[in-house]
Every structure is written in C-alpha cells, then in structure tokens.
Design a protein around this ligand. Structure first.
Ligand code: UN1
Length: 519
C-alpha cells in the first residue's frame, strides 16, 4: 500500500521487489527460508525477508568473532566515539524509524518514536560509560602486593530480541556491549525483520565510514532453527534473550549446558497497588497507560491492579471512563492511542485472559467483546485489534491462572485489599518479578514497599506506573523473569570478562593466609 511504501522508502528499504536480504555480516545476504513481515494494523504483507541458512549463520558467527578480535584492543573511549556517531545517525532517522516500528510492530506513533529515543538515550549513556568502565584496586594482605579487578571484553554477544520492542532492547544490548569491547550478533523476532534491517543499515553505515568490520554489529534473521543454533553455539560467549518464560527456560538451560553466559529478560505480571491516600488524578491515568499503552504488550505492562477497598469504586469508575474514550485506530496516525496487537494469535491470547477470569467465577467490568468491523475504519478491517478489558477474577488467590499467568494483551485484572501487607503478598505471590508500582503519599508505606518486606520485583516504583522505565536504571526482573539486568545501572558489568589480578612488586613471594610452605 502507499501507506506502507511511504514509511519504507524513507528508510531506503525498497518496496519493489519486496524480497529483502535478512543477513548482514559485513555484506548483505540471505538464502534460507523466507519470513514475512505483516502489518498488524491492516494484515497486509509488507515484505518477504530471506533468512540465514545454517551455513550463513555459522559464517556470520565466525565473522562476528573476527570483528571482536578487531575491536577488543581499541581503547574504550574510541569505541565510545563510534557509539556517538551511531547515536547521531539514529537520531537523524528517529521519526522515520519510529514510523517503521508503528508500521511493523503496531505500537502507536509516539511510542514508536519513543522507542528509537530509548536507543538514542542508551547510546548517550554508553558514550559516557566508555570512559567510566572502572575496575578496582583492592588492598592486598601481603606486603608489596596489589590486587586489580580488570574489566576486559567478553567476546561474541548474541542478542535475541522480542517483537514488542523491536528496536530499543537491541539498543540496550548493542550500545553497552560495544562500549565493553564486544562484537554483537542480533537475532530479532521473526515478525519484526524490517525494523532490524533498517537499524542494521544505519549502524553498518557508521561502522563502514570508520573502517570497522560490519560484523561488529551483525544480523541474522530467522525462525526457531536460527535461534537454536545461535543459543547452542560455543562460539557465542553470552546470549542476551528477551521473550517468554517458556522459551527463556529452554534458552537458559541450553546456554547453561555449555557453560555459556545467559542474560534473561522474561515475563512480567506487574501489579499496581493503590493506597487510600493515593493521588487519584495521577494514579488513574498511569494505570490506564500501563494497561492499555502498547496494547498491553510491554513486559512492564500493568496486568494486575490492587485497589484499597475505600477507593476502589471511585477508581474503577474513573478508569472505565478512560477506557470508554479510547478508540482503535491506525498506529501511524498521531491521534491514535490504541493500535493493534501484534499478531492474529495475540487476539486469541486476549480471549484466553478474559476466559481465565470468567472460569474463576469472575466478571468483566469493561470491554470483553471483540471490536465490530464498524468500530474500525475500512483500511484497518484486516488488522488485529483487541478491545481493552478490565476483569475482576472470582478469586484473589494469586496461584489461580486468572492471576498467575502473563497474557500479552490489554486485559487488566482487579482485586480489592484492606491493608498494604496483604497487597504486597499478592504482588509477590506470582512466579514473575519484573515491575511493580505503589501509589501513596505516606512515607511509611514507601519504606515498607522498597525494603526487606516489600516488593520482590526488579523494578519497584512509587507514584510511577509499572511501564516506561528510563534507561539509566538497570532493567530486569527476578524469579521467573530470569534475574537478568540490562540497560543502565551495573548491567554493563555482565558484558565484561572480569580478571582478578594479584601482582607482586616485592622481592619476596609470601603465601596468602600466612601459609608456610618452605622449599
Ligand atoms: C519490554 O517490554 O521488554 O520500561 C521493555 C519500559 C520500556 C522497556 C520495556 N522502557 O516499559
């Protein structure tokens, strides 16, 4: 359609013929199976992408290893300068790339652009990091000795990313991994190949301009076979995987079986807790964005809402008003707040989330029914639009599937509590531990929430919703979310091979712990 070709041509992605190479290791190629990029708003096929054959994949891994050897001895601040140029190149295409995210993933315009901005932000962070990846000097117990902790480059880092953040999650990994001196090989979601091709083109032009091997930031598109081969390759030092708990369990075991490093960012089942003293004009829109934004398809989306019984009826009726105001639309249209879910299969997941609640004896408070054709403008009738829904499960038992499962769809589950300890127990009672949010003006609640008796999630917010984290903090979660941390904080330390170096500058060679071993 002309709608699609306008977005693609702005990024120099040819629309005729619509068959694209999906592998880059210094040169573009692809002779494996085809994957199709489908526009979730219209159902149209945007392009067919030629994935990596097994041979091309192994070749790409070899090229990535060679690129690592070339880049690991480059001073980190010079790598930072490359990242700065990548940042500039991405920023120059921010609107165009954001539009492609909307076209191919389906998130709305402001969120598509926001996702590219997140990549720009983490590049800025990594430029700074490139001059701040400090090791340590530790006091030795022996005279004339020093202990150094030295961060060295790690090797080849493979990034397996999910459809829902087809640009930013790769950005977190690439920028920090490159600052640390690694070469990165990207295996994106098979349903968002165009975003990965567009991003790789932008980055490779910077690498080429600087005389660096393109395989510093290589790309292998493909399905399950390609993913499995990357995960099992002993030539891949670290696998950074974002996706479901189900696949993450397989990836984690496969990497562990060969004693590789795995960084897992898996499911979220994030709760917002609203105390009686919460500022409702702030809390209601935050829950609305958390649950309905990105059509409920962020790892950090708000999936559970725990309301203090004293404010529950008021909160629900305010939320229902906002839900009633949101209409499905073209994610490319900047007025749209609700885009499609990403695939036809996601519509089924949406139904399952509603069925779970009903099976527990629960009720639908808002939504619950599919959109009618008349709700959608004519060019969107082949798209995958799910009506945002609020349910009240018939049980508050967090073990019940109506509460314990992550369903990647805009379904918010609600229950009432009477004191904070009960709500924290529910918050912590599910297998996942990614994000969480407490709304209160009372310091005592805050202290409890962020401390030892508080939320066991990786992200523990106060008067801030569950989704939409900034890049500066480490991003990730605990328990079945996989314990990984990406983006800011100390996450960079995982992309390094740490060396503990004890150096003896003296004329004696004493043993530690005063051990005597005369020779
Ligand atoms: C994800 O959903 O996998 O905090 C990542 C957020 C975004 C990143 C989400 N900055 O919602």
């Amino acid at each position: 359609s002309s709608r699609a070709s306008a977005v693609l041509s702005a990024l120099d992605i040819p629309t005729t013929p619509v068959e694209l190479d999906g592998v880059y290791d210094g040169t573009w190629k692809g002779s494996g199976d085809f994957i199709e990029s489908i526009c979730p708003a219209t159902g149209e096929i945007l392009a067919r992408v030629k994935t990596a054959s097994p041979q091309e994949l192994h070749h790409a891994i070899d090229r990535t290893r060679e690129a690592y050897l070339a880049i690991r001895t480059m001073p980190a601040p010079r790598r930072g300068e490359i990242i700065r140029q990548i940042r500039e190149a991405l920023f120059a295409k921010r609107e165009q790339l954001g539009a492609l995210v909307s076209l191919e993933m389906g998130k709305i315009r402001t969120e598509g652009v926001g996702e590219v901005q997140e990549f720009v932000d983490i590049c800025d962070y990594a430029v700074g990091l490139s001059r701040m990846m400090n090791g340590r000097v530790v006091a030795s117990e022996r005279p004339g000795h020093s202990i150094l902790e030295v961060p060295n480059p790690l090797g080849v880092v493979a990034v397996l990313s999910a459809f829902n953040f087809p640009v930013a999650v790769y950005g977190w990994n690439l920028s920090v991994s490159l600052a640390a001196g690694n070469a990165t090989l990207w295996k994106p979601s098979p349903t968002t190949p165009l975003c990965s091709i567009a991003v790789t083109k932008i980055i490779s032009s910077v690498l080429e301009k600087n005389g660096l091997p393109g395989a510093v930031a290589g790309l292998v598109t493909g399905g399950k076979d390609v993913g499995e081969a990357v995960v099992q390759s002993k030539d891949v030092d670290m696998v950074s995987f974002t996706g479901s708990e189900h696949v993450g369990r397989i990836v984690g075991k496969a990497v562990q079986a060969r004693f590789g490093k795995a960084l897992l960012e898996l499911g979220g089942n994030n709760a917002a807790i609203i105390m009686p003293d919460a500022d409702l004009p702030l809390a209601v829109p935050a829950v609305f964005f958390g649950a309905v934004g990105t059509a409920g398809q962020r790892c950090t989306s708000t999936r559970r809402l725990y309301l203090h019984s004293s404010i529950a009826p008021d909160f629900i009726s305010r939320l229902q008003k906002l839900y009633a105001s949101v209409a499905p639309g073209d994610p490319l249209d900047s007025a749209t707040l609700l885009g499609p879910v990403h695939t036809a299969a996601a519509l089924r997941i949406h139904e399952e989330a509603i069925e779970d609640a009903k099976a527990s004896g629960g009720e639908v408070l808002t939504g619950g029914t599919p959109f009618a054709a008349s709700d959608l403008s004519s060019h969107l009738r082949g798209g995958f639009f799910a009506r945002p829904t609020i349910v009240r499960p018939g049980t508050s038992s967090v073990q019940h599937p109506a509460w314990s499962t992550e369903r990647f769809a805009p379904v918010l589950r609600v229950a009432e509590f009477s004191d904070l300890s009960e709500a924290i127990a529910w918050n912590n009672g599910v297998p996942q531990g990614l994000s969480s949010s407490l709304w209160t003006r009372d310091m005592r609640n805050v202290g409890k929430w962020i401390g030892a008796e508080g939320s066991d999630a990786g992200i523990v917010n106060v008067n801030v919703g569950t989704s939409g984290a900034e890049i500066g903090a480490a991003f990730g979660g605990n328990k079945s979310t996989g314990w990984g941390r990406e983006s800011g904080g100390d996450a960079w330390k995982q992309y390094c091979r740490w060396s503990a170096c004890t150096i003896n500058f003296s004329d004696a060679a004493p043993l530690a712990q005063g051990v005597s071993f005369p020779a």
